[in-house]
Design a protein around this ligand. Structure first.
Ligand code: ADP
Ligand code: MG
Length: 607
């Protein structure tokens, strides 16, 4: 029998291997730029012609190579980084076992010029299709320049396979962006067909984002910063109000290496979920630092994927830190409640007294629900000092507007309930109008209450402090087998918000208790709504489930438009709203209030 197995010629093997690593001009750009970073460069300049097909040139001011290394670097498995390769992600070296340059040289005409600082002159090496064609000394500055010409010149099939120049250029800019984002302390330029597209100065991450995406990003970014013992997360998110209708800037890095991770992306979307309209996309630039032993590095080097050992933990931390950043953004509202007493109030004697006006303190109990009719049953409704301070103790109430020291009877100190001194108005039974220092605040009562209840239910789901109200006559709730099993999945969460359900048979549950906030509402329609939403938005994530339940409950139980509210109810609603971690938007992303400033009003009147 004849031997049929032959060894492939070296150059063919190289070309095949190259196809894995260098799929398009952008892959070569990535490899060359990463090598420059690995060489410790502080300035890296990229020049491309014809979207990288004619030329890719990367110049750096890094450590350079010796004459011998300048030849050797083109050999497969030639690397100066091998000792560190086992933790690819731990260190900044991005190379993968000395394959990149060998691959590029197999399919292009490469000219390398390099000089170390200890050498008088540099060396120029020309390598075409894995063959060294020339080696000469050259005078040059310290550093390295790789010029890659006519990529795929000897692999016509692949060359023809390339997309339009515009598309290949987009890929190049994408790689350039990913690399420059995570290396803001390094300066970069990108010149394409003689035109400078980017000139990025060394700086911090924020400056780099502005340099890449435009100075109009200034003021749109929120810092994210979270250190834990397992995971550190740093970077920026785009403020929810600037979320785009098209998928905008979404950048994840793990140990400064760009990755795509749909699951972790979901953590961010989730954190934004209630902040932006459903058809909008959040923007983010986040680096996740983990111990290299917490990730699986055994992945293909050209793939932007990574496996975390404990991805749920990373998910939770990521979600929490983005939420925190969004929350902190909202903690400094532009609305200034400092002097509610100065507008719309006639204080008579109180103001005339020489005592200084005391800074009002507004105690907030975010769990208080002014619309619960069954207040007697809801401990949380009357918990804390809220009610006492607001309605029961004229002394405390008086503190808000300046303490009296004389002993005259407190006739004028009627609580706001009487309506006399109120500065809460209801517009068409749907909007609350109130005054703040800087102008007029118009609040959508339904959305405000939706937000308040949403945060309340979320808290209950976290802390298991929901209040239940026993049903005197337990109602049966019968469903089909499929829905019954879904309901069983939701039982733990439902119990946390106050439902007490007992399975009577495979398809029937007895409703023995309902959430205190239901206040006489129909528990069955609420449960049905919950199931319906759960079916639509099914996910294995605990977090999702909680959000979904809180959202459905809040949407169902919040007061609607066209509901008449008393002064006290309006006041409570406004106070609670601004005690929420997010006061600006409802869980569906809709704006809750708008502020008409004095300046707006003046402007209007003068036009
Ligand atoms: P790897 O990056 O995995 O080591 P490469 O094929 O990309 O493999 O590079 C091979 C070697 O060539 C590197 O290990 C490094 O020693 C050297 N090298 C490549 N690019 C540069 C550069 N810009 N400056 C200095 N040395 C470089
Ligand atoms: Mg490399």
């Amino acid at each position: 029998m004849l031997d049929v197995i032959k060894l492939l010629p070296e150059n063919v093997a190289n070309q095949i291997a190259a196809g894995e690593v260098i799929q398009r001009p952008a892959s070569a750009v990535k490899e060359l730029m990463e090598n420059a970073l690995d060489a410790g460069a502080t300035q890296i300049d990229l020049v491309v012609k014809d979207a990288g097909k004619a030329l890719i040139m990367v110049t750096d001011n890094g450590c350079g190579m010796s004459e011998a290394d300048a030849r050797l670097c083109f050999e497969r498995h030639a690397t100066s980084k091998i000792s560190k390769a086992e933790d690819l992600f731990a260190i900044r070296t991005m190379g993968f076992r000395g394959e990149a340059l060998a691959s590029i040289a197999a399919i292009a005409q490469v000219e390398l010029k390099t000089r170390r600082k200890e050498d008088e002159v540099g060396v120029k090496v020309v390598n075409e299709g894995s063959v060294i064609k020339e080696q000469t000394p050259v005078p040059m500055a310290v550093g390295t320049t790789f010029s890659v010409k006519n990529l795929f010149f000897n692999v016509p099939a692949r060359r023809n396979f390339l997309k339009t120049p515009a598309s290949e250029m987009r890929h190049i800019v994408e790689e350039f962006t990913r690399i420059t984002l995570m290396n803001p302390e390094v300066g970069f330029t990108l010149v394409s067909d003689g035109k400078e597209l980017y000139h990025l100065y060394p700086g911090n991450l924020k400056q780099r984002i502005l340099g890449l995406f435009g100075s109009n990003y200034d003021g749109k970014l929120l810092p994210v910063s979270q250190d834990t013992d397992r995971v550190n997360i740093h970077g920026y998110i785009v403020k929810p109000e600037f979320a785009k209708k098209t998928r905008g800037e979404q950048f994840f890095f793990v140990n400064r290496r760009f990755i795509k991770h749909p699951y972790l992306h979901h953590a961010i979307e989730n954190a934004f979920m209630e902040m932006i309209p459903q058809d909008s996309f959040p923007g983010y630039f986040l680096n996740i630092e983990v111990d290299p032993s917490d990730i699986d590095v055994n992945i293909h080097p050209t793939k932007t994927e990574v496996n975390f050992l404990d991805v749920k933990l990373v998910y939770a931390i990521l979600h929490a830190s983005v939420r925190k950043a969004i929350g902190q953004n909202n903690l400094s509202p532009m609305i200034d409640f400092e002097e509610p007493s100065n507008l719309g109030f006639d204080f008579g004697e109180v103001v005339k007294s020489s005592n200084p006006i005391v800074q009002p303190t507004v105690p907030i109990d975010p769990t208080y629900n002014p619309f619960s009719q069954k207040r007697e049953f809801t401990k949380s409704s009357f918990g804390g000092g809220f009610k006492t301070e607001r309605n029961d103790a004229p002394g405390d109430w008086r503190l808000l507007y300046g303490e009296r020291t004389d002993q005259t009877p407190m006739v004028e100190e009627q609580p706001a309930e009487t309506g006399q001194n109120s500065h809460y108005l209801q517009l068409s039974h749907s909007y609350i109008v109130t005054t703040v220092k800087s102008g007029l605040l118009l609040i959508d009562q339904h959305l405000a209450h939706y937000r308040i209840l949403y945060e309340k239910f979320l808290k209950e789901l976290e802390t298991n402090e929901g209040h239940s109200q026993q049903e005197l006559f337990p109602q049966p709730f019968t469903l089909n087998a499929n829905d019954a099993s879904l309901l069983r999945e939701l039982l733990p969460e439902l119990e946390r918000v106050g439902f007490v359900l007992e399975q009577a048979n495979p398809t029937t549950f007895m409703i023995n208790g309902t959430p205190a906030d239901l206040s006489g509402g129909d528990p069955i329609s609420l449960l049905e709504k919950m199931l319906e939403n759960y079916k639509q938005n099914r996910s294995d994530l605990q977090l999702d489930r909680k959000l979904g339940i809180a959202k459905t409950m809040a949407a169902q139980l919040s007061i609607k438009a066209n509901t008449t509210l008393s002064e006290v109810e309006m006041q409570n609603l406004v106070d609670q709203l601004f005690g929420c971690s997010v006061a600006e938007v409802a869980p569906d992303g809709k704006k809750i209030y708008t502020l008409i400033t004095i300046d707006n009003i003046t402007e209007q009147l003068n036009n």
